[in-house]
Ligand binder design. Structure first.
Ligand code: GTP
Ligand code: SPV
Ligand code: MN
Length: 597
């Protein structure tokens, strides 16, 4: 007989007991958010081998985890939006009817927690009790999930207190089952405010407050309530005069949000008094406030960031953040119980244990003659924002921060310039709706392939994407002073495959121009794709970049853009007559501008 919980919130009690009857856990533990319980769970998971305690002298409070080799990134093909009507999920989402979805998943969940404990995690996305926050309760049989959620969200008693006897919450159920790819489903039921995830142990599939609630479910709610849930970083740029202006930015997975959110100004700009404040690196909830302007909050309290490429040169703030109380997933484990990853800190160690648990040494080659990596390309760290040296002092502010500019950005070896500005809000929405980027290791599938990923939300929009475009257009009309919309690409390459732009901290030079334009303090050059900077308006003090490179970074290849237009049209076709007229108009206007002169 399974233990039953008794709670003053009867709806919550009934739901937990129903899920228990299905999954049949040996025991139920309610997560209180306290340190004593956390320590106990760390101990338990360490003895069970679910996590490894790292070198506590060098990395205090840090742990190591390996996922199953077939479970290292989000599985978009197994992710579904389960609305009663298929068309409400739109053509870009996988759809399953709620009945079929519940039935299929229930068959996998059934008895899947026998001999396991079910943890009950009450959590809040956003400050507990803020009118802009959303509460959830995640049931899971994974201590790794509990420990990650403790970093990523506000967890525990205070959330239950806030829910009282009948507060609204998202019902989140997660079970590892047998981690079988064929029995993995990530299901969203926006009409029931419910998420079921089974058969995975990887971050984005199982930390249900993150992509599942804060993007897929929240975007659905946001359209109804008139706000935006976006795959965006939020950062503040403090100018030498002490004024701080905030920018939000959408880049597809593994395309630079974490890095931009905590960038360190280059020396020359630091000397002038520039400083960066990190509000968030992955998710922004944006509302129009009573002043008619856009305001953003980050509903998370932690980072779940990419490790390869992260080191104290590229991202010193991230490195500082993860030195304690952090979790490292799928990296190389060194004999001294510290960690390493490709393009990380220092040279590769002579020996270690790779992300699959095998002995590894630099230069190791597999049966096909390919170099074996010590860390998986999508290996990640989980760390509290509060430990970030550039953490914003406004993280707890219920109203968040005022947004001066919105950036869309993507990873393109060619075509898109370093930065350009939209003509107006609706042109900006068109730029977002048609943005294309090279696929990265953050999702299962071929890497490098260019795909259109509107607003970096293709895998995360919880409803019909044509409605989503319409919602964006409407939001613009409702604001008395909408933020200006920009487009950036840090990843343009020259013919030999080298990045033309140094990126990382140097990106502040571009943010500065963006803020100058948002304030209307500089002129710009009009081109068919949008406004581009006059070189003299960009602060290049201390950066040695040849005019040849600058020319290439801003080169507009009309022929290539006309080809791009074709791809855009092909993509947008799937929305049929539901595609907003405004997007069609912008597409046509762009084509005409390209063909002129
Ligand atoms: P998700 O967490 O998947 O949503 O990704 P993200 O957008 O936060 O990506 P992140 O900042 O972690 O960057 C991913 C990869 O891009 C890392 O390997 C970075 O080192 C690299 N990267 C980030 N910014 C730059 C840049 O300005 N230039 C170059 N060349 N690489 C960058
Ligand atoms: C992404 O893939 O965009 C991530 C990582 O931020 S995950 O949370 O796993 O989705
Ligand atoms: Mn992301």
């Amino acid at each position: 007989m399974v233990q039953k919980v008794s709670l003053k919130h009867k709806k919550l009690e009934r739901w937990i007991n129903r899920m228990c009857a299905m999954c049949q856990p040996r025991k139920i533990v309610i997560i209180d958010g306290g340190t004593a319980q956390k320590r106990k769970l760390e101990k338990e998971a360490s003895s069970a081998g679910e996590i490894i305690r790292l070198n506590q002298k060098k990395l205090p409070g840090c742990f190591y985890h390996r996922t199953a080799p077939n479970d290292v990134a989000r599985t978009e093909s197994l992710t579904y939006i389960c609305t009663r009507k298929k068309h409400d999920a739109g053509p870009t989402n996988n759809w399953m009817s709620p009945r079929t979805a519940y039935r299929k998943a229930a068959a996998i969940f059934k008895n899947s927690m026998k001999n396991r404990t079910m943890y009950v995690i009450p959590f809040s996305m956003g400050p507990v009790g803020s009118p802009f926050s959303k509460a959830g309760v995640e049931l899971t049989d994974s201590i790794y999930v509990v420990l990650n959620m403790l970093i990523m969200t506000k967890v525990g008693k205070e959330v239950l207190e806030h829910l009282g006897t009948d507060g609204e919450f998202t019902k989140c159920l997660h079970g590892k089952a047998d981690l079988d790819l064929k029995k993995r489903l990530i299901l969203h039921f926006p009409e029931d405010n419910t998420i079921w995830s089974v058969g995975s142990g990887y971050g984005g599939n199982v930390l249900l407050g993150k992509k599942c609630l804060s993007l897929r479910i929240a975007s659905f709610i946001g359209r109804k309530e008139g706000w935006l849930a976006e795959h965006m970083l939020i950062l503040g740029v403090e100018k030498p005069n002490g004024r701080i202006e905030y920018i939000t930015g959408a880049f597809p997975s593994a395309c630079g949000k974490t890095n931009l959110a905590m960038l360190v100004p280059p020396k020359s700009l630091k000397k002038k008094g520039y400083r960066i404040w990190t509000v968030g690196d992955d998710i922004a909830w944006m509302r129009i406030d009573s002043d008619g302007a856009l305001w953003a909050i980050n509903p998370e309290t932690g980072f779940f960031g990419v490790l390869p490429g992260t080191n104290s040169k590229t991202n010193p703030n991230a490195m500082a953040t993860m030195q304690k109380n952090s979790i490292y997933t799928n990296v190389l484990l060194k004999p001294d119980k510290t960690v390493w990853w490709e393009d990380g800190e220092g040279p590769a160690p002579p020996k270690g244990t790779d992300w699959m648990g095998r002995t590894w040494y630099p230069g190791l080659i597999d049966d096909d003659g390919n170099i074996v990596k010590g860390a998986h390309p999508n290996s990640r760290f989980t760390a509290p924002i509060s430990q970030c040296p550039s953490a914003s002092f406004r993280l707890e502010h219920h109203h968040g921060v005022h947004v001066s500019a919105i950036i869309f950005g993507s990873r393109r070896a060619s075509l898109t310039p370093l930065v350009y500005e939209s003509f107006n809000w609706q042109h900006g929405v068109y730029l977002g709706a048609t943005m294309a980027s090279e696929r990265t290791a953050a999702q299962y599938g071929k890497q490098g392939q260019v795909r259109i990923d509107p607003m970096a939300m293709l895998p995360f929009c919880g409803y019909d994407m044509s409605e989503y475009f319409r919602h964006w257009l409407e939001m613009g009309k409702k604001m008395s002073k909408p933020p200006k919309i920009f487009f950036v690409n840090w990843f343009r390459k020259d013919d030999s495959g080298e990045y033309l732009w140094p990126g990382y901290g140097e990106n502040l030079r571009i943010l500065n121009w963006i803020l100058d334009r948002a304030a209307g303090s500089v002129e710009a050059l009009k081109t068919p794709i949008g406004y581009i900077p006059r070189i003299a308006d960009m602060d290049m003090d201390g950066l040695d970049l040849s005019t040849d490179k600058l020319g290439k970074l801003f080169y507009i290849d009309r022929k290539a853009w006309l080809a791009e237009l074709k791809t855009q049209k092909e993509f947008l076709k799937q929305f049929k007559n539901k595609l907003p007229e405004t997007i069609k108009y912008e597409l046509k206007a762009f084509e005409e501008r390209l063909k002129k002169t």
